[in-house]
Every structure is written in structure tokens, then in C-alpha cells.
Design a protein around this ligand. Structure first.
Ligand SMILES: C[S@@+](CC[C@H](N)C(=O)[O-])C[C@H]1O[C@@H](n2cnc3c(N)ncnc32)[C@H](O)[C@@H]1O
Length: 493
């Protein structure tokens, strides 16, 4: 197929590329955006090393994309427009209504708060959230705060992790924010304070993938999800799928914050629209009986309107939230391998039933953000069946979510003692060591995970993984490893 990148790509090819990218990345390029698509594809071709654009496009279309190919394409096809405190109205509502209620409720219980910036771009959005939390929480050391920030574009993520910005990122930001939270560098750019940078965890996640909600990548039990100016780039059906998954990532009562441009043609199943002056936010609240009013809010500030069901034939009725069967359908898969665990099950099948039930309860509580309760159920599961590595693994992931890394590490050790082939336990240990700055150990755990992964077909779902495939985990580990500084001795190699 002779294709000259200097001339326009034929419409038939752009249509094919548009369908392909939608299925692989969720990105939607309707005819009005074909010129953007063309520019992105030509840029990707120039960066690809292929001599001829036709061969490049043929190769692109002929195979399901790997993660690193998706990352490469994303850096040419996604839009990186963002700035600090963009769309101030949603930040005001977050600050004046959502956060105070959350902080009040959690101060009595677990003192944890989980926020996700999905489609975080170069980091301005999650750092704005971190600055707000810093201002509003008087004793942040006593809280377990999580701000997860994900994006499909690795270049954006690298810039975000660096935390260095030019004036354009502050175009609608009050001056005192820059003075208080940034230092001016010699090159005139502004660097975010390390303590604010440390509040945010950046990570790759393609919202089109079915990898969330999941304890494995920490996308479960979110109190608030910001997904703004992202859905507008998705086709309607894909956007609906993303909202369904984000909805399942929220705890009961949790909030989804979108931007007005995102929501024009999307159905928000399982969420209730809450109208504030100047903005709609979406809340996961039970709609039982008369119109639901989100608890704790004053009538003058807003009205609540259950979003009308979509009228198109393909759209199902809005789903009530609660612990829907779908949550259990994606339940922890039984851990295979682990000879000792198998022996234990054979010896006492009733113990295994009880313990599996307790693990399911633990998992449901963890998904709902009730971490203390989840731990109690995990402990019940363990006392009913001490030799089941899946129980120890679940305990480890929940303890990590509570910020208890030492306990978590010990539980991962137990899981591996019981099942030395437990791939995800090695992966979790690798991540845990990485966060603690123990890179040498992290490398060892990642390489153990990779060796074990060789035994799996690429598309096989991994035990205890919420459906994560072996091939995908290989790619994830490879990307993490590539981002690690080289170990001593490797430089010479
Ligand atoms: C316009 S920016 C919005 C940034 C920020 N949320 C805001 O409102 O300022 C859109 C972001 O969505 C990301 N994005 C696009 N498709 C995505 C996908 N399939 N998965 C994850 N992120 C995606 C892009 O890389 C880009 O960073």
C-alpha cells in the first residue's frame, strides 16, 4: 500500500485507523477529527523507524497492540491540555462540600481518603488535589491519603512525576498557590514542593482496558474520582463502559467528577446526578424509593436529579449501586499451585468453604472502602484456613491500602512461603520495595515474577488478579523495570 505521508491519507485508511484505535485505546476520531488523526499517525510513523508509511500503517493494523506500542501511539494521539485548578467550579465544590463531609465522616473512623485522577495528563490536576488536601487537613500525618493519578501517555506521566512547570500551567491559578507550593528554578520554571509531589502516585492505565476496579493496581474503593476532559475523546459506547467501571471503583457514597464537555452524550448508569450551582457531579448512592438525596447536604445548595435512562435501544436501565453481583463476578480467582494449600483443602473441605466465604466478605468490604472490617474478615479467613496463600495475599493488599507496609510485607512473605509460585505476590513485593526505595530487592522480586510468568500463556488470567492476563503483567513489569535506574555493573554490560 503506497502511502505518502506528505499527502493526505485516503479516507478509507483513516476510517480503518479510527475503528482500530477505538477498539485498542478507546480513542474516538470521528470524521471531524480525521486531520488530528492524520497528524498523529504521521508523527508516529516518523518516530517509528519504518522507511515507508504504508508498511508502518499496515503493521499497525495487522496486530493487537502491545502496551508499549499503545504508549508510543498515545504520545502522538492524545491531547495534553491542562492547568492547575482547571474548571475552578468543580474544585470549589470539592473543597467546600465533598471534602468537609468526607473528612468529618472519616475522622471518626479510619482516617483514610482515596482519590483518583483518571486521565491526569502532566499532573496539574492531581497536584491541585494534593494542594487542596494539604490546606484542608490540619494533621495530614494522621491520615492515610491516597492520590492515584493515571494516564495512557507515558511522556505525560514522566513530566508529571518530575513536577516542573512553566507559567502556562498557572494560567488560571491564584498567585499565592505558586508562591506557597512551588520553588522557582534558575531556568525560570516552577518546581512543586517534594512533600506535595510525594502525595501523588503516578501510574500507567488505559481506561479502555478491563483492568479496573482492582486491588492489584489500587483502583478500588475510591472516595472521589476526577475524570475530566477525557471522556470527550471516547466514542459513546466506550465512554459508557469507562463510566461503568469507574462507578464500580467508587465506594458507596463516592463521587465522580467529570467536566461539562464530557457528559453531553453519556449515560451515567449506577450514579445519581447531583446539581450544584454551575455544575453537575455524580454520586454512587442507592436510589430506593423517592428521588435520592445525597446524605449530608443542604437543600438550598443543590437539587438531586436521577439521570434519565438513555432512550437508545442499546442502553440498559440504570443499575442500582449496592454490592452488585458483578462485583463478585470479578472476584478473587482461586489460587492454583501451592501444594500445601491443596493439601489443607483436601483435609478439611468445610474449612475451605468458610474461609472462602470470609475472603469474599473481606474483598467486598475492601471494595467498599471499609478496610478495618475487611481486615477482620481476612483474619477470619486465615484462621479458618491458615494455609491458603490467597488469604494472606488479600490481607497484604488491604494492609498496604491502609498504609501498613510492614504488615503487608510480612503477609506477602507468608503467601510466598505457602505458594512459591504466587506471581502476584512477587509483583506486589516488588512494588512495595520500590516505594520504600529498596530498588535492588524490587528488581529481584520483579525478575522472580517474570520467570514464573514464562509458564503462562500470554492471555491466561493470573490467579487472584481480577482478570489481569499474564502477558499484560509481563508488559507492566517490563515498563517498571525500564524506568528503574540501572543497577551497578549493568552500565558496563
Ligand atoms: C485534555 S487531558 C485532561 C487532563 C485533566 N484531566 C484536566 O481536565 O485538565 C486528557 C488526558 O486523557 C488522557 N487519555 C486519553 N485517552 C486515555 C485512555 N484511553 N486512558 C487513559 N488516559 C487517556 C490523555 O493522555 C490526556 O492526558
Amino acid at each position: 500500500m503506497p502511502v505518502d505521508p506528505l499527502n493526505a491519507l485516503p479516507d478509507s485508511l483513516l476510517a480503518q485507523l479510527s475503528d482500530f484505535l477505538e477498539s485498542q485505546m478507546g480513542l474516538h476520531f470521528p470524521r471531524e477529527r480525521w486531520r488530528d488523526l492524520e497528524r498523529g499517525i504521521v508523527a508516529a510513523f516518523r518516530a517509528s523507524g519504518y522507511a515507508d508509511a504504508g508498511t508502518f500503517i499496515h503493521w499497525l493494523l495487522s496486530t493487537p497492540l502491545t502496551r508499549s506500542q499503545i504508549e508510543g501511539l498515545a504520545s502522538h494521539l492524545t491531547v495534553g491540555e491542562t492547568y492547575f485548578f482547571r474548571e475552578k467550579r468543580s474544585f470549589d465544590i470539592f473543597e467546600q462540600h465533598i471534602l468537609p463531609e468526607l473528612l468529618h465522616a472519616r475522622a471518626q473512623t479510619e482516617r483514610n481518603l482515596r482519590i483518583w485522577s483518571a486521565g491526569c495528563c502532566t499532573g496539574e490536576e492531581p497536584y491541585s488535589i494534593a494542594m487542596l488536601l494539604d490546606r484542608l487537613i490540619p494533621d495530614p500525618g494522621k491520615w492515610n491519603l491516597t492520590i492515584l493519578a493515571t494516564d495512557i501517555n507515558p511522556q505525560f506521566l514522566r513530566k508529571a512525576a518530575l513536577g516542573v512547570y512553566g507559567t502556562w500551567s498557572f494560567r488560571e491559578t491564584p498567585g499565592w498557590i505558586r508562591e506557597r507550593y512551588f520553588t522557582t528554578r534558575q531556568d525560570g520554571r516552577f518546581e512543586i514542593q517534594p512533600r506535595i509531589r510525594r502525595m501523588v502516585t503516578f501510574s500507567y492505565l488505559n481506561l479502555a482496558d478491563d483492568v479496573y476496579p482492582s486491588l492489584v493496581n489500587g483502583t478500588n474503593a475510591m472516595d472521589v474520582i476526577f475524570c475530566r476532559n477525557v471522556l470527550m475523546y471516547f466514542a459513546r459506547k466506550m465512554a459508557k463502559g469507562v463510566i461503568d467501571k469507574l462507578q464500580r471503583s467508587l465506594v458507596e457514597g463516592g463521587w465522580l467528577i467529570t467536566s461539562p464537555t464530557d457528559t453531553s452524550n453519556v449515560q451515567f448508569s449506577g450514579l445519581t446526578a447531583v446539581e450544584f450551582p454551575g455544575a453537575f457531579l455524580y454520586r454512587k448512592v442507592a436510589v430506593t424509593g423517592p428521588p435520592a438525596v445525597a446524605a449530608g447536604y443542604q437543600a438550598p445548595w443543590y437539587q438531586v436529579a436521577a439521570i434519565a435512562a438513555d432512550t437508545t435501544a442499546e442502553s440498559p436501565e440504570p443499575v442500582a449501586f449496592s454490592m452488585a453481583p458483578a462485583v463478585f463476578a470479578a472476584e478473587v480467582l482461586p489460587v492454583t499451585g501451592g501444594e500445601q494449600a491443596a493439601q489443607a483443602d483436601a483435609a478439611d473441605p468445610c474449612a475451605s468453604d468458610d474461609s472462602d466465604m470470609a475472603r469474599r466478605q473481606a474483598r467486598a468490604c475492601a471494595d467498599a472502602g471499609r478496610l478495618a472490617e475487611a481486615i477482620t474478615w481476612c483474619e477470619k479467613a486465615i484462621s479458618a484456613d491458615k494455609l491458603n496463600p490467597a488469604h494472606h495475599y488479600l490481607l497484604a493488599t488491604i494492609e498496604l491500602e491502609r498504609g501498613h507496609s510492614t504488615v503487608s510485607e510480612r503477609s506477602l512473605g507468608h503467601a510466598l512461603y505457602l505458594d512459591p509460585d504466587f506471581v502476584l505476590a512477587y509483583f506486589a513485593l516488588g512494588n512495595l520495595c520500590l516505594s520504600a526505595g529498596r530498588q535492588r530487592e524490587a528488581r529481584r522480586h520483579f525478575s522472580n515474577a517474570l520467570s514464573l510468568l514464562r509458564a503462562y500463556p500470554a492471555d491466561a488470567p493470573l490467579p487472584a488478579s481480577d482478570g489481569l492476563s499474564a502477558g499484560r503483567l509481563v508488559e507492566i513489569i517490563a515498563t517498571v523495570q525500564a524506568s528503574l535506574p540501572r543497577a551497578q555493573g549493568e552500565l558496563a554490560a
